[in-house]
Design a protein around this ligand. Structure first.
Ligand code: SF4
Ligand code: SF4
Length: 251
């Protein structure tokens, strides 16, 4: 117990389960928590995926377009907690961070969730101290763009055309071919980048939509997300130039 009589976050024990090199017993860490102490750690590293069960939070304006990001099927996503890049197994809608910060945008001040009483279903289900149930059934229970825009055929058609032209599964195949020296594949990637860039202002103007809504319809721009595939894009007027991201030299 600390001065405030609160349980410490972790403690270390010497375990008889094994020995490191030599005779030194291994140290293992265990969490002593039995309930959420609202420390905000999970909110800073793993913003939730929204589920269909969260639809009311969108309907009543608690969660608005500027709070969300769509992760498209096959998109490469950097995990702050694992410091690794994962491939999204299917489309998901997640809460966004502040700017480039991975921390949930609803986390304010001293680890205060601004919508704690009405927080999304995954936030309620997540426990850092117990079995993780959040991923179970995620594919079936997740919210998708069709839950948000399904009643606007023009938007759904735009999403469908964009996916057909700019799918991440296709991009991954093309970039593999580019790495092997395939110039036609490089041209197709450049076409894809042009399409992604032009579809956004076109739809925004046509339907009078804000940049946040457009980002939710088409996801993050390909010129940003392509970095997680190991490439970066430079713009020269209306033309794009594709370059391999240089690996940082080890210090
Ligand atoms: S569930 Fe999240 S906020 Fe609650 S104690 Fe665990 S890490 Fe902290
Ligand atoms: S909505 Fe609230 S509880 Fe959920 S991740 Fe964001 S700050 Fe944490």
């Amino acid at each position: 117990m600390n001065q405030n009589n609160e349980p410490k976050e972790t403690f270390e024990v010497l375990t008889p389960q094994g020995y490191e090199h030599g005779d030194k017993p291994q140290k293992m860490k265990f969490s002593k928590r039995t309930s959420c102490v609202r420390c905000g750690t999970c909110c800073r590293t793993n913003p939730p995926t929204l589920l269909k069960a969260d639809a009311d939070l969108l309907a009543d304006g608690t969660i608005r377009p500027e709070h969300m990001v769509v992760i498209r099927d096959g998109e490469r996503v950097y995990s702050v907690s694992d410091k690794d890049i994962y491939i999204a197994p299917f489309e998901m809608i997640m809460l966004r961070g502040h700017g480039v910060s991975p921390a949930c945008g609803f986390l304010a001040g001293e680890n205060v969730c601004e919508i704690y009483e009405t927080r999304p279903a995954q936030c309620r289900a997540y426990t850092c101290f117990g079995p993780q149930v959040t991923v179970t059934g995620l594919e079936a229970s997740r919210m998708t763009r069709s839950d948000m825009f399904g009643e606007i055929p023009f938007v759904m058609e735009a999403i469908s055309r964009h996916e057909a032209k700019c799918s991440y599964l296709l991009l991954a195949d093309l970039l593999e071919a580019v790495a092997g020296g395939d110039e036609a594949a490089a041209d197709t990637v450049l076409d894809m980048l042009q399409y992604d860039a032009q579809a956004r202002p076109f739809l925004a103007e046509k339907l009078g939509l804000s940049p946040d809504v457009i980002r939710l319809i088409f996801g993050r721009p390909l010129t940003e997300t392509i970095r997680e595939f190991g490439y970066q894009v430079e713009q020269d007027g209306d033309d794009y130039i594709l370059r391999i991201v240089k690996q940082e030299e080890p210090a």
